[in-house]
Design a protein around this ligand. Sequence first.
Ligand code: NAD
Length: 332
Amino acid sequence: ADLHNLTVQEAAAEADKLRPQLVQWGKEYYENDQPTVPDAEYDQVYNRLVQLETAFPSIVTPDSPTQRVGGQVDSDFTKVPHPIPMLSLGDVFSAAELNQFVERLQQDYPEVQEFNCELKIDGLSIALRYEQGRLVQGSTRGNGTIGEDITANVKTIASVPQTLSRPIDIEVRGECYMGKEAFLALNQRRELAGQAIFANPRNAAAGSLRQLDPQVTAARHLSTFMYNVADYADLEATTQSGMLTELRELGFSVDPDYQVAHNLDEINAYIEKYQAARDQLSYGIDGIVIKTNSLALQQTIGHTVKVPKWAIAYKFPPEVARVQIEDIEWTI
Ligand code: NAD
């Protein structure tokens, strides 16, 4: 129904119906790594809930999926607290919504003059902790404040450095993903073995990393791109793009496709370029992330309980059709 015609009771009743559905889909997606509905369907219901809660703020519940990051942690894993929470990202689905985000941000913070554009890698968030330059812990994002200990698993990933080029204490964050080739090969093997195939590279990466036996992870050919640190004070960089350079110097794998933009035209050119180049990349991307480049401004702008307010994800339209064609190509 049209939002404007709803009473607060009707809005609350509709929201109460949507939340358990989203929680159930979230469980299947984040905790079991096996979604039962396409992302576009989840996003549609999620966005309806956002609209209802925005129009009627009194109906928001603290446990609403709009107020929570990810899913619950698997009790088979040791829990890892994230004193500095691991957040999600706000998203937009059109150029108009993106314009609005950038304009509002610059209205509130006219100092924001530079953005770092990055590819939105279709994997799952991980954190890697180093003491004196040595890898001591790997964890998943989990629900943002508590993740799962996957130290033994991340040690099997070739792009994760065991030691850094400087003996510093630092927690680095980024994306663990499965490249397209590894994904197709894994699903092919699983199909031959009569096992359920993974819906997309992100679920395959999550299912491969969240394994109690690290040897299974080792056989899955996972990769990483790091793009963030828990505490900016641990780096010398003062910008997001500078952070990426410094992370590369420390020994991390960093996606080279980032670019600083100064206005919406440059941001849109970046989006167009990578929307067109998407198929040629050896790993999946589901959009572009636009981040305020100054790290000091990132901290001034801050975050909500769920997402940073200094960044936004521009999501590409769903890829359903093409994935199905690929399915047929490699199963014949
Ligand atoms: P998200 O995946 O949409 O965006 C946030 C994440 O993007 C970050 O946590 C990070 O891991 C990742 N990311 C990749 N590249 C990045 C970069 N360069 N900089 C910063 N972050 C980067 O958010 P989410 O909250 O993890 O999940 C929401 C998504 O999951 C939606 O697309 C939704 O459709 C899907 N989902 C689907 C189902 C389903 O049943 N199909 C259920 C739940 C969620």
